[in-house]
Design a protein around this ligand. Structure first.
Ligand code: IPE
Ligand code: IPE
Ligand code: MG
Length: 261
């Protein structure tokens, strides 16, 4: 995808257009991971029940998925439900699962038409059968697509993922002498995917809440005060532009400029 793809969908003269033109397409994050937070606060500000915030957040998901695909991002991972979120009232959990099923049913054709591959990361075996069935349809139907890889983190926990990886590698009989970080990564839910370059969290919270703990080792973190239901294309572009100004050193040092003369 390209600038043209993005501009075709951006109102001329809008701030979004100005930002789109600033993006360096040679230096895009290969993987963007987002902690979609603040739905409850968004609803509370409007004196609405929390679930209305979750409902409104679906429009943000649509916008971010489409923008990522048009930008040419390789992988997008959205944190939709953590292993800790079961602590919430049953009615809220139920609404979240219902919204997810509805999102998939309504959006699957569009995802497929846009060559997007849908995946789920998390403990799927603990989800209700009707949710699993809906997810399976989405995964199967888009399995051969070659565009954006769209992961939904559902019943996901970073520590749970590491434990699951350890169990699987023991079951596979991996010799400890053959184990290194690369090999371990092959047992994670995200096997074969690049690590996130950019981690976004909405609604201002300065924590990672058990998200992709292994994979974010060197991710650039960008936190916005914007609540998830208000998050749109321009916020994503803003995050990408901020990311492109970062100086990534991976523990090394910045090469000193060559002094001539
Ligand atoms: C994020 O919004 C959605 C999920 C965690 C499922 P929250 O529901 O956490 O909203 P706040 O943080 O209470 O505002
Ligand atoms: C993180 O948000 C989980 C998801 C976005 C799905 P939470 O709202 O659950 O995180 P905490 O409780 O504020 O850390
Ligand atoms: Mg929250």
């Amino acid at each position: 995808m390209s600038l043209d793809q993005l501009l075709a969908w951006t109102p001329p003269g809008s701030p979004d257009e100005t930002m789109a033109r600033q993006v360096n397409f040679e230096q895009l994050p290969a993987h963007i991971a987002i902690i979609m937070d603040g739905n409850g606060r968004w609803a509370a500000q409007r004196h609405l029940p929390r679930v209305e915030g979750h409902r409104a957040g679906i429009d943000s998901v649509r916008d971010v998925v489409e923008t990522s695909a048009r930008l040419g991002i390789g992988v997008l991972t959205l944190y939709a439900f953590s292993v800790e979120n079961w602590k919430r009232p049953w009615t809220e959990v139920n609404t979240l699962m219902t919204l997810l099923k509805r999102y998939l049913r309504l959006e699957l054709a569009t995802l497929h038409e846009n060559n997007i591959r849908f995946r789920v990361i998390g403990r799927q075996d603990e989800l209700a059968p009707d949710v699993r069935d809906e997810l399976d349809v989405g995964i199967r139907q888009t399995a051969n697509n070659t565009g954006l890889l769209f992961n939904i983190a559902l019943n996901y926990g970073g520590r749970a993922e590491i434990v699951d990886a350890a169990k699987r590698l023991i079951a596979a009989g991996v010799n400890p002498d053959d184990l290194d970080e690369r090999r371990f990564g092959e047992f994670l839910y995200t096997a074969g995917q690049p690590d996130p370059d950019l981690l976004i969290r909405t609604s201002g919270e300065m924590r990672v809440s058990n998200f992709l703990l292994w994979q974010i080792a060197y991710a650039e973190i960008w936190v916005t005060e914007t609540l998830w239901p208000d998050f749109r294309r321009r916020h994503l572009l803003e995050a990408v532009l901020a990311y492109q100004k970062r100086d990534r050193r991976y523990g090394g040092i910045k090469p000193s400029p060559v002094v001539v003369g």
